[in-house]
Design a protein around this ligand. Structure first.
Ligand SMILES: *Cc1c(COP(=O)(O)O)cnc(C)c1O
Length: 229
C-alpha cells in the first residue's frame, strides 16, 4: 500500500499532466484533499507532505478533527449537504463552503459569519445532471441565486461546484463539467472558482477548466462507511 505522501505526489502529477494537455497552468488547479471518514492522523500526514486544503462533509466529524489539528495552519472547506440548523458552526469554522444551493442557507451563513473573520468564500452547487436525488440548484435557478448571494455582505461568491453522475467514459464525463463552466461564464460575474473533478474524473474536469479538484479516494484510499462518522 502506498503512503499518503506518495498518493499526493501521484495526484499532483496527474494534475500537472492534465493541465499541460490543456495548455493550462498546473498552479491554477487547487488540490482539495477530501478527508471525510478519515482520522485526524491522516490529515496530519497529508499536511506534512505539503497539503493545506481539506474538504469535509460531516459537520460534527469535521469539528472534532479541527480541534485535534488546531496546531496546524489548515484551510477548511465544507463540501457536504447543509441543514439550516447547522449553518452557524459552518460560518464560524470554515474558510470555504462549496455546497450552497439555496438562498436561505446563504443568508444564514452571511448573518452568522463572525465579524473578525474575512468573508466566507462560497461556491454555489449546481445539479447539472438533473438527478432527482442530488443536491444543488437547477441551472434555471442559478442566475437569481447568484445575484442574491453577491448582495450578502459577509459572503464572497467565488464560483460554482458540481458532483456529476459518475461515468467511466472520459468523453461522457466532460459533458456535465463543460456545462458547469458554461453556466459560470454566462453569469458574467467575476467568478474565479470551478469546483469539479474527483478521483475518477479529475483529468476531464481540468480539461473543462476546474480550479479545485476534490480528491478523496486517490489520496486516502477507499472509505469505510461502516464506522460511525
Ligand atoms: C467524497 C467527495 C469527494 C471525493 O470523492 P473521491 O471519489 O473519493 O475522490 C469529492 N467531492 C464531494 C462533494 C464528496 O462528497
Amino acid at each position: 500500500m502506498s503512503t499518503i505522501a506518495e498518493n499526493i505526489a501521484k495526484v499532483r502529477e496527474r494534475i500537472r499532466e492534465a493541465a499541460q494537455a490543456s495548455q493550462r497552468d498546473p498552479e491554477a488547479v487547487g488540490l482539495l484533499a477530501v478527508s471525510k471518514t478519515k482520522p485526524a492522523a491522516a490529515i496530519r500526514e497529508a499536511h506534512a507532505a505539503g497539503q493545506h486544503d481539506f474538504g469535509e462533509n460531516y459537520l460534527q466529524e469535521a469539528l472534532a478533527k479541527q480541534a485535534e489539528l488546531a496546531d496546524l495552519d489548515l484551510v477548511w472547506h465544507f463540501i457536504g449537504p447543509i441543514q439550516s440548523n447547522k449553518t452557524k458552526p459552518i460560518a464560524e469554522h470554515f474558510h470555504w463552503v462549496h455546497s450552497v444551493d439555496r438562498l436561505k442557507i446563504a443568508q444564514r451563513l452571511s448573518e452568522q459569519r463572525p465579524a473578525h473573520l474575512p468573508p466566507l468564500n462560497i461556491c454555489l452547487q449546481v445539479n447539472v445532471s438533473g438527478e432527482a436525488s442530488k443536491s444543488g440548484c437547477t441551472p434555471e435557478e442559478l442566475p437569481a441565486l447568484a445575484q442574491a448571494v453577491t448582495q450578502l455582505p459577509r459572503l464572497r461568491l467565488r464560483g460554482l461546484m458540481t458532483i456529476p453522475e459518475p461515468s467511466d467514459d472520459p468523453q461522457a464525463q466532460r459533458v456535465p463539467l463543460a456545462r458547469l463552466r458554461q453556466l459560470r461564464d454566462a453569469l458574467q460575474a467575476d467568478l474565479d472558482a470551478l469546483s469539479m473533478g474527483m478521483s475518477q474524473d479529475l483529468e476531464a474536469a481540468i480539461a473543462e477548466g476546474a480550479t479545485w479538484v476534490r480528491i478523496g479516494t486517490a489520496l486516502f484510499g477507499a472509505r469505510d462507511y461502516g464506522s460511525p462518522h
